[in-house]
Write a protein that binds this ligand. Structure first.
Ligand code: AHM
Ligand code: MG
Length: 333
């Protein structure tokens, strides 16, 4: 098998479509390199003394794990000095991180969830990194939070890494979705799947069913109909999977279809859903749409949402197109 590295893939894409400016390529490669370091730290587990709580809370009041903090630092340090970024924002930091004055600045904005699936860190279940790239608005001088307030349609790249049995990097620059597997001996990302497509139909769904009593009627109806099996309105049996790491659930859906849901519910109407628009929903929606799937918040396309806050939460329905369209239509009835 001819091995194509991440660098070669990006350079060829750049030649073919003239779509990936060299600064963006550098940025993606730096994020890829940071993900290798995170993968290494994750892989050490107890031997690296990286498990357990860091004894701090993030801006959302969630207890930070040591690996949340380590991963955040790895991404910040890797991306500071390359000259390709104007600023970064992270799920783990209250405000944006400007590039220090000692380094040159570039025209991109990087957002990330450094370690998604925190509840799985200490139990050796797949976790990952999610990232999203925007262009800084024209004429921006000193970056501020409002420069990040761009809808997901403006993303120029998005991706995620999964630290699981294999470490993989899934990437889109708006030209399909491609997957790279980390060759641990060589320390290289090798292209292993090109142009991933999500089947439009599925018999598999993912939702945290422990929240069922809080769901709103459209979600209740949609899940009840699936659970009714062959004699119900859907006329077929559905299987359920919930890993509690969005990266791993989305990765399964990219590979064999399915629908992933983290709905808003009746508990905190002013805080829709659990997942964050900028670090989780937007990048995953971009990837899923590029793979032929769909992503909505129940009412509108996630990528069309105009963000208002850096840490804004949003309801998420994404995956196989026909299923996402169905549950979205139930919200509109
Ligand atoms: P995190 O970024 O703090 O890890 O939270 C996001 C995660 C997602 O990866 C996953 O889909 C969801 O939270 C799981 O939530 P729950 O604990 O309700 O199952
Ligand atoms: Mg997360």
């Amino acid at each position: 098998m001819k091995r194509i590295s991440l660098t070669q893939h990006l350079i060829e894409q750049q030649r073919l479509h003239n779509k990936i400016p060299s600064e963006l390529r550098l940025l993606i490669e730096v994020v890829g390199r940071a993900c290798k370091s995170i993968s290494h730290a994750v892989g050490k587990g107890a031997l690296g003394e990286v498990l357990g709580s860091a004894g701090s809370e993030n801006v959302q009041g969630e207890v930070q794990k040591k690996l949340d903090v380590i991963s955040n630092e790895i991404l910040l340090e890797a991306n500071e000095w390359g000259g390709h970024l104007a600023a970064m924002a992270s799920e783990e930091m209250e405000t944006i991180h400007r590039i220090p004055n000692r380094y040159p600045k570039g025209e991109y904005l990087l957002m990330f969830d450094p370690l998604d699936g925190s509840s799985n860190i200490d139990v050796n279940v797949s976790i990952g990194t999610i990232f999203s790239v925007l262009k800084a608005p024209d004429g921006m001088t000193e970056p501020s939070e409002k420069d990040f307030m761009q809808p997901g349609t403006r993303q120029v790249a998005a991706g995620y890494a999964v630290y699981g049995p294999q470490t993989v990097l899934v990437l889109t620059t708006g030209d399909g979705v491609h997957c790279f597997t980390l060759d641990r001996e060589m320390g290289a990302w090798v292209l292993t799947q090109k142009d991933i497509q999500i089947p439009a139909d599925t018999k598999e769904f993912a939702i945290n069913a422990s929240n069922q009593r809080h769901w709103f009627p459209p979600v209740k109806r949609y899940v009840d109909e699936m659970l009714a099996g062959t004699t119900g309105p859907r006329g077929k049996d559905f299987n359920m999977r919930w890993i509690a790491s969005m990266v791993a659930d989305v990765h399964r859906i990219l590979n064999r279809g399915g629908i992933f849901m983290y709905p808003a519910d009746a508990r905190e109407p002013e805080k829709p859903g659990k997942l964050r628009l900028m670090y989780e929903a937007n990048p995953m929606a971009f990837i899923v749409e590029q793979a032929g799937g769909a992503a909505t918040d129940g009412n509108q396309r996630i990528l069309d949402i105009q963000p208002e806050k850096l840490h804004q939460r949003v309801a998420v329905f994404l995956g196989s197109k026909n299923e996402v369209e169905r549950v979205t239509s139930y919200h509109k009835e």
